[in-house]
Design a protein around this ligand. Structure first.
Ligand code: TRP
Length: 346
């Protein structure tokens, strides 16, 4: 069996460090290991429209922003295929067929969709397209016969839905046309759901508690300094539970970070032990956290600024990738229609 990786993001704004530790790092790792036949990176603009139909301009302008984030972190167009979802003609057709395998009650049970509906203030008018986006995501994944999907934890219900569709389809049509996928999640627990700078459990653009990959050093510093910590006298024991500074350090600090910026300690465990005993102020931790973040993120922001001048090149990369992706998705659609016996003129 071929090893095919497929993943994507909705273009609705800039990517933040939650995306970075939650899935971009895994995508980079997979890219650098190079053990795959194809790697498809989808800009899911049609999915973004399921809750932004009134603001297509935001979606459109975010497409290249997303490309800049991708290339700035080091995703390489020579090693993967970048594509725009709405340009892949087989996807809405596959979605339409897959909808017949998914009970109405099932789409309403998707935990991620449920949470999103609550947070998005649709009121009583939730678009059908929104409820149905997990089914269209199954089309995204299966169109390319992907078996591995590097994503954040919140996407696991979409992959479960995809596997259910794959199993139903293959069972009913008695053919192994569609491929079952699994998620690749971060192995570090804190990276699954990085909290916002305000301590909110999720980093989210709408809450305004994000550190973006496009942030320059001064902005990162300001945001790190604005993180609210438990007020205490410096000599009182430090509290680690619910401490965003330490959560971020868990996600970003390596033993090298200590060598570079905090040589009094060898690693995070040592620092935590000392902090718990008291005597280390949060200002010192913020300084360290800023240095750690800045070292990893400022090269990304710099590359991103350079990419902003190359919009034509970015569009060319997407155009070529989308063409290749269309060929792959068309081939899958033909197999799907064959299996269903709706290939009248074949
Ligand atoms: N749902 C993903 C997000 O919210 C985007 C997405 C669309 C996706 N299609 C996909 C992710 C296929 C992985 C595989 O960002």
């Amino acid at each position: 069996m071929k090893n095919i990786i497929m993943t994507g993001d909705r273009p609705t704004g800039h990517l933040h460090i939650g995306h970075y530790v939650g899935s971009l790092r895994n995508r980079l790792k997979l890219q650098n290991e190079g053990k795959y036949d194809e790697f498809y990176m989808m800009i899911a603009d049609a999915q973004a429209l399921t809750d932004n139909a009134d603001n297509p301009q935001k979606v459109r302008s975010s497409v290249l922003e997303l490309m800049m984030d991708y290339l700035a972190v080091g995703l390489d167009p020579k090693k993967m295929t970048f594509l725009i979802q709405s340009e892949i003609r087989a996807l809405p057709e596959l979605t339409a067929y897959y909808m017949n395998f998914v009970p109405y009650s099932r789409v309403l049970r998707n935990p991620t969709v449920k949470t999103e509906i609550k947070s998005k203030a649709f009121g009583r008018s939730v678009p059908i397209g929104f409820i149905n986006y997990p089914v269209s995501q199954a089309a995204d994944i299966t169109a390319f016969k992907a078996n591995l999907v590097p994503v954040g934890e919140d996407q696991e219900p979409m992959l479960e839905q995809t596997r259910e569709i794959v199993r139903s389809f293959n069972r009913i049509y008695k053919k192994d046309v569609l491929v079952e996928c699994k998620a690749l999640l971060p192995d570090n627990e804190v990276c699954m759901r990085l909290p916002g700078t305000d301590g909110n459990e999720k980093m989210s653009k709408s809450i305004g508690n994000c550190i973006y990959l496009s942030d320059d050093s001064a902005t990162i510093k300001k945001k790190v300094n604005s993180i609210v910590t438990f007020p205490r006298d410096i000599n009182e024991p430090g509290i680690l539970k619910g401490n965003v500074l330490f959560t971020y350090l868990e996600a970003f600090a390596t033993n090298d970070s200590f060598k570079d910026f905090y040589p009094e300690f060898k690693n995070l465990d040592e620092l935590k032990n000392a902090y718990k005993k008291g005597g280390i102020g949060d200002g010192r931790i913020k300084k360290f956290l800023f240095e750690v973040l800045d070292k990893e993120l400022s090269p990304i922001a710099k590359r991103r600024v350079e990419l902003a001048d190359k919009k034509d090149e970015l569009m060319d990369i997407l155009k070529a990738g989308t063409k290749k992706a269309n060929a792959a998705a068309d081939a899958t659609l033909a197999e799907v229609k064959d299996a269903m016996g709706i290939n009248y003129f074949a």
